[in-house]
Design a binder for this molecule. Structure first.
Ligand code: ATP
Ligand code: MG
Length: 352
């Protein structure tokens, strides 16, 4: 008898609980009758944490999360807490450091069903399938000193060798399992941190002779992602550049309502979440696109549990609803969160 996997569930705010329910319904259907057994542990996080215990990341949530096998988060924050003494989003930074989530992975994939929704021309994006590996806990967002005076402001961009090496390891190992191609992004013609970044990239290229490596300045990269996105496989980037590039990449698919991401924990569980926010403008209307959360669940099943067959089942259901235009308004359809979820669950049950 294999032990039950512990999955911590953070439903969050606004559309968060709506799409989480959809993701969990699909998880239940896809794991039914398999050997994969799990236990869901729901915890407070974000605005829900502030409302109930005055903290976006309550102690108890941290402790529970640290002992989990994986963490599923939907989305947090929103206008309700604009005047609150502490913002829900502060919880995100806290959970990243509590779990030591040092790398963020965002896939960009354009299936044939999505091509017409893209703002780009079909011939330029056909075959696009890459992941951005973004360093998450250092660089310009965390460097000290940081100071804002009346006439002067300072930010610091800092990287240590160890911080760069662990994110390179994640990226190169991922490339080995994909298309054996890494693109190292930096601004090494100007920045010292980027010089170190590129140098370590070169060291890894020697350690991984089976992986083809190229190097791009971030400015050139931001053009190439739009002009020829299909040429990339694994893109490894410092924190600040990755923040920008991954939002840019998300637009290739035409809707942020379907994209998942994962953050890798240094010695604990990974955290999985959609890339979008809590979408207060559509909360409660029943039209939130559940595909982002469903894809998030699929990613977790492969990356944390090695359950590739379950992931494939979920992906087939997602392809099916997109191909049959059983989608929410953000993807040009007229369906609801509930009806898309039902179509996914029915498809999975019939396939079983
Ligand atoms: P954050 O700062 O938390 O990233 P944001 O202000 O960038 O939030 P989002 O909450 O990501 O904004 O929403 C941006 C737009 O995308 C909104 O119009 C929102 O309704 C839409 N959107 C986001 N997620 C979904 C979804 N799952 N389904 C449908 N529309 C969505
Ligand atoms: Mg945003």
């Amino acid at each position: 008898m294999t032990s039950k996997k512990k999955i911590v569930v953070l439903p969050g705010d606004y559309i968060g609980p709506e799409i989480m329910a959809a993701g969990l319904a699909v998880l239940a259907a896809a794991t039914q009758g398999t050997d994969f057994k799990y236990e869901l542990i729901e915890c407070r996080f974000g605005g829900a944490g502030i409302d109930q215990v005055g903290q976006p990341l309550p102690e108890e949530t941290i402790r529970t999360a640290q002992q989990a096998d994986a963490i599923l988060l939907s989305a947090i924050g929103g206008p309700k807490w604009d005047q609150a003494p502490i913002r829900p989003e502060a919880g995100l930074l806290s959970i990243r450091s509590a779990l030591n989530l040092f790398a963020n992975i965002r896939p960009t994939q354009v299936s044939s069903a999505q091509i017409e929704r893209s703002p780009l021309k079909a011939e330029n994006i056909t075959g696009t399938d890459f992941v951005i590996v973004r360093e998450l806990t250092s660089g310009a967002y965390f460097g000290k000193p940081r100071r804002l005076d009346h006439d002067e402001a300072v930010d610091t961009m800092y990287y240590s060798r160890t911080e760069i090496e662990r994110v390179m390891s994640v990226g190169f190992q991922m490339a080995q399992k994909r298309k054996q191609h890494v693109t190292v992004v930096d601004k090494s013609n100007v920045l010292a941190t980027s010089k170190l970044w590129r140098q370590i990239g070169k060291e890894f290229s020697e350690r991984y002779p089976d992986v083809q490596v190229d190097y791009r300045y971030v400015d050139a990269m931001s053009m190439a992602i739009i002009a020829q996105p299909a040429q990339f496989d694994v893109v490894i980037t410092p924190n600040l550049f990755g923040d920008i590039l991954s939002d840019e990449a998300a637009q290739i698919t035409g809707s942020i309502g379907q994209i998942q991401s994962m953050s890798i924990g240094a010695n604990g569980p990974n955290l999985y979440e959609p890339i979008h926010g809590s979408a207060p403008d559509i909360a409660g209307k029943g039209i939130a696109n559940p595909l982002s959360m469903v894809n998030t669940v699929a990613m977790m099943m492969t990356q944390s549990f090695n359950e590739n067959q379950i992931t494939t089942k979920i992906q087939a259901a997602v392809d099916y609803v997109i191909a049959h235009k059983i989608v929410t308004p953000d993807m040009g359809g007229d369906q609801t969160t509930a009806s898309v979820t039902k179509a996914l669950v029915d498809f999975i049950r019939e396939e079983n």
